[in-house]
Write a protein that binds this ligand. Structure first.
Ligand code: GDP
Length: 548
């Protein structure tokens, strides 16, 4: 094994930020770039509008709406490390891509708003991270504003998410004003210049000044006044006596999360967070494989390997191109290198892979385990594809996720039914949406399911742009889908669901049996009507059905 390869891989930190909209993800991302020296002044990532054009102005719709639809990766250096920050869209542009991107990450930063705590989208994203057992950092943001008690927030994270919390820093107050953080491991007090907080124009454009001192510094009492000082001492003692010591193994397994407090917009608490992040965030670890010589492949294995976690079409409208995003899991990649696509058993040359730095796309000359790159895709990749330079094996399947929005596709021009079918099939294969068609012998519409509402709009837009089909999407009274199979392995009698009016039986794009339910009441009557049927929330592990 080459030492150069090992050294390059060790420098890489590939992670995502998970949060609910408005918690401050854009702001934190910008500050990471600022602290990393990747940008001079804050402003490269800018809130929404600016961001869409600065980072990923790919789709027309994206520009129109000023939001970014699919995730990209920001690569920037930080103190000799190579940071690969995967973007996980969280607004209306929340989609299956957001979940899939987490499979390309080695760790996550969970960002919480101190006044709101654990919110719905945080919960959903957290679940995916937890499933993958990846290390998770927590950053409690907006501490410059009134929020919940820190102990209360910790309790919520522990109870709602089921992960232990180890506070690395602890907030310090003077009266109601957030004055700094106490770094428990270093036993350092970081005091911020409170006057700078919220000062408009220059706010947060520079790395924050801070005074670093110890708990016993006599000046601290004056800085915080008597009450703030004794509160800090008491809480610091309480944390030390009541809490467990930091357990590195449990952190790596995703069972305990180091927590930090701060204010991203004011740059408060960021230094302490970043220092610990750089120290604790693991470099790429071995990944589980199927059909290989061993159960895992090490990142510094000489064999190049990667998997496709996202396919983005129409990044350039005039070319109708598609870009497949892949995460390198082992070895070294070189531009122009020949690799093997395991699913199709074909060799291809990776000619012009690109990476996406804050403002520009650049051609990648080389890449290592942990890196993410976009490769021009003339239609040969599918989500989940494994690429390797050596003998065949596959990475674990990327799970599919439970759709939450369901619509019926209605055509303006019935003559274009064939194009609609081709288009929807293609988009479903790509993983842009889930597609359900009626079971043979039953009349029915093409039904689409998506994790995020905007995915449906993307479908409408792309059907028009790429297949010249005008389609109207009508909402349906479907609340959820369940993939069905029989406990005895025999085919499910799908038409029986229709006969008994206890759900809409369909087949998904891979021919797997799925039933759509209007609500719990209908689902409950189905489970009462039929016995010996398994109902799964996702298509994960399900097989195509042979109809009875
Ligand atoms: P995103 O939706 O998670 O990307 O959140 P943004 O980064 O766009 O932030 C949402 C809002 O919260 C913006 O108005 C930010 O200026 C504001 N914000 C972000 N961080 C802080 C903070 O530390 N303190 C305060 N008071 N506001 C913040």
């Amino acid at each position: 094994m080459s030492t150069h390869l090992a050294a390059e891989i060790k420098r890489r930190k590939t992670f995502a930020i998970i949060s609910h909209p408005d918690a401050g993800k854009t702001t934190l991302t910008e500050k990471l770039l600022l602290y990393g020296g990747a940008i001079q002044l804050a402003g490269a990532v800018k809130a929404k509008r600016g961001r869409a054009s600065a980072v990923s102005d790919w789709m027309e719709m994206e520009r129109e709406r000023g939001i970014s639809i699919t995730s990209s990766v920001l690569q920037f250096p930080y103190r000799g490390l190579q940071m690969n920050l995967l973007d996980t869209p969280g607004h209306a542009d929340f989609s299956e891509d957001t979940y899939r991107t987490l499979h390309a990450a080695d760790g996550a930063v969970m960002l919480l708003d101190c006044a709101k705590g654990v919110e719905t989208q945080t919960k959903k994203l957290f679940r995916v991270c937890k499933q993958r057992r990846m290390p998770i950092f927590s950053f409690v943001n907006k501490m410059d504003r009134p929020g919940r008690e820190p102990f209360d927030l910790i309790g919520e994270v522990e109870h709602v998410l089921g992960i232990g919390v180890y506070p690395v820093t602890w907030p310090i107050y003077r009266g109601a004003t957030f004055r700094g953080v106490y770094h428990r491991q270093k036993r350092e007090v970081h005091l911020f210049d409170a006057k700078k907080a919220g000062s408009s124009a220059a706010s947060g454009a520079e790395v924050a000044d801070m005074i670093v001192t110890g708990l016993d510094d006599p000046n601290l009492r004056a800085e915080l006044d008597e009450q703030g000082y004794s509160q800090l001492r008491e809480e610091a003692d309480l944390l030390d006596t009541a809490g467990d010591a930091f357990d590195h193994e449990r952190f790596i397994a995703g069972d305990v999360s180091p927590m930090f407090f701060g204010s991203a917009i004011n740059n408060f608490g960021l230094q302490a967070f970043l220092d610990t992040f750089c120290e604790l965030m693991p470099a790429p670890l071995p990944r589980i494989i199927i059909g290989g010589k061993a159960p895992t492949i090490a990142p510094d294995d000489e064999t190049f390997s990667a998997f496709v976690f996202k396919i983005q079409a129409n990044m350039n409208k005039s070319h109708r191109d598609r870009v497949a995003f892949m995460r390198v899991c082992s070895g070294r990649f070189e531009r122009g290198m020949k690799v093997h696509v395991v699913r199709t058993h074909k060799d291809i040359r990776l000619a012009n892979p690109t990476s996406f730095m804050a403002q520009e796309r650049t051609i990648v000359e080389e890449g290592y385990a942990g890196d993410v790159m976009g490769v021009y895709d003339p239609g040969i990749f599918e989500i989940g594809d494994t690429l390797t330079s050596g003998p065949e094996f596959s990475f674990e399947e990327i799970p599919s996720f439970a759709p939450e929005h369901f619509v019926r596709a209605v055509m303006a021009d019935p003559m274009r039914r064939k194009q609609l079918k081709t288009g929807l099939d293609q988009l479903a294969q790509e993983g842009t949406i889930q597609l359900y068609r009626s079971v043979e012998g039953l009349a029915g519409d093409m039904i689409l399911g998506a994790v995020g509402k905007l995915q449906l709009e993307v479908v409408k837009f792309r059907l028009k742009a790429e297949y010249d089909v005008d389609v109207r999407l009508e909402s349906l009274s479907v609340e959820f889908a369940r993939w069905v199979s029989r406990t005895d392995g025999l085919p499910v009698d799908m038409r029986a669901f229709d006969r008994e009016r206890v759900g809409t039986p369909c087949l998904d794009v891979r021919g797997r049996a799925v039933v759509l339910f209007a609500g719990d009441w209908q689902f409950n009557s189905a489970t009462r009507t039929f016995t010996g049927i398994n109902y799964a929330e996702t298509a994960q592990g399900q097989k195509a059905t042979k109809q009875a």
